[in-house]
Design a protein around this ligand. Structure first.
Ligand code: FAD
Ligand code: FES
Length: 299
């Protein structure tokens, strides 16, 4: 923790605020010598709504024009869940939806930070840093089918991605434990997308894991796979895509400290180097990660 703060404070001292045409006040740029190595906004974003959509899962809308207009699918925001310093660290959330001036996050209450977040009311402000990280790569020459696979709360970043990929042939696989826990189905369907559901108890759609459902439906004209969800799911999908030589990107989660590449708190083992999930990720190509060294714990 001490090292984390020493690095962080050092980096803060190196920050220079620069006038930017669009947001003079809020843009933060980090420089190494004269090169910008990181650019983001630090804003107090008003909460537009914060509603429980299913048990312990919330959808929060934030007014954040600077961020929503620059965000790319797969990027995340780092939120302070309270105005006090306990919990001290920000919490990362994928950008779920963007409209012109607003963005939405879809989150699950898992602990102290998310519980505090769930109590935020319309009009309150949340300290937001973002957009952060590297998002999904979109190849505009896609011609074959694209598959999105979301497990549980892992659907969160996929909706934003689906909106960007709408003009391609797209199928969304959603996995959940039970019918009551399916997330995002209506939103994807309202976009006119083909949605396939797997529930572990068989209460809707395929009975079993979403990975098994996808593998059973696999055909050779699939051109790309994008996935987010529990680590074992991502590992299986990555290995499958590598075996079949299909372009595949996964969005990973790690506990985070700074969220901006400084503290090394989110490092994972890549194939040929260590990777910071907040900076080189959270989206990685399947083959970039050394899956044998990744903890299979996860949401
Ligand atoms: C890039 C990124 C994007 C994310 N996007 C979303 C999202 O869109 N929606 C969402 O609900 N959550 C998302 N998460 C996870 C979210 O950040 C954590 O659930 C949150 O930080 C937990 O905070 P807490 O204080 O409530 O829980 P804590 O009290 O810190 O922890 C409660 C439990 O959650 C586990 N946990 C905490 N952080 C993580 C994590 N990063 N990954 C896996 N398990 C964790 C802990 O091991 C513990 O069991 C994302 C994480 C990352 C790194
Ligand atoms: S969270 Fe600090 S380097 Fe990634």
């Amino acid at each position: 923790m001490t090292l984390l703060y020493r690095n962080f404070l050092f980096e803060v001292l190196c920050w220079r605020r620069r006038a930017s045409e669009r947001s003079r006040e809020n843009r933060v740029e980090i420089f190494k010598k004269d090169d910008i190595i990181w650019s983001m906004y630090l804003i107090e974003a008003p909460v537009l709504f914060n509603k429980e959509i299913i048990n312990k899962h919330y959808l929060m809308g934030l007014f954040a024009p600077e961020v929503s207009q620059e965000a790319q699918p797969g990027q995340f925001i780092h939120l302070r869940c309270t105005e006090q310093y306990d919990p001290l660290l920000r919490r990362p959330f994928s950008i779920h939806k963007v409209r012109k001036d607003t963005l939405e996050i879809l989150y699950k209450v898992t602990g102290r930070g998310t519980s505090l977040l769930s109590k935020k009311r319309e009009g309150e402000r949340i300290n937001l840093l973002g957009p952060l990280g590297r998002g999904f790569k979109i190849n505009l020459s896609f011609t074959s089918e694209i598959i999105l696979i979301g497990g549980g709360i892992g659907v969160a970043p996929l909706y934003f991605l689906a909106c960007r990929l709408r003009r391609f042939p797209l199928t969304v696989f959603i996995g959940a434990k039970t019918k009551e826990k399916i997330l995002g189905k209506e939103d994807f369907m309202n976009q006119g997308l083909k949605v396939k559901i797997a529930t572990e108890d068989g209460s809707e759609g395929f009975r079993g894991l979403v990975t098994d459902f996808f593998f059973s439906q696999f055909h050779s004209s699939i051109g790309a796979i994008y996935a987010c969800g529990p680590v074992p799911m991502l590992k299986e999908i990555s290995n499958f895509s590598l075996r079949h030589n299909i372009f595949c990107q996964v969005s990973l989660e790690q506990r985070m400290g700074c969220g901006i590449g400084v503290c090394q708190g989110c490092v994972i083992k890549g194939k040929d180097r260590y990777l910071r999930v907040c900076k080189e990720g959270p989206v990685f190509e399947a083959g970039e990660i050394d899956w044998s060294k990744i903890s299979l714990q996860g949401r």
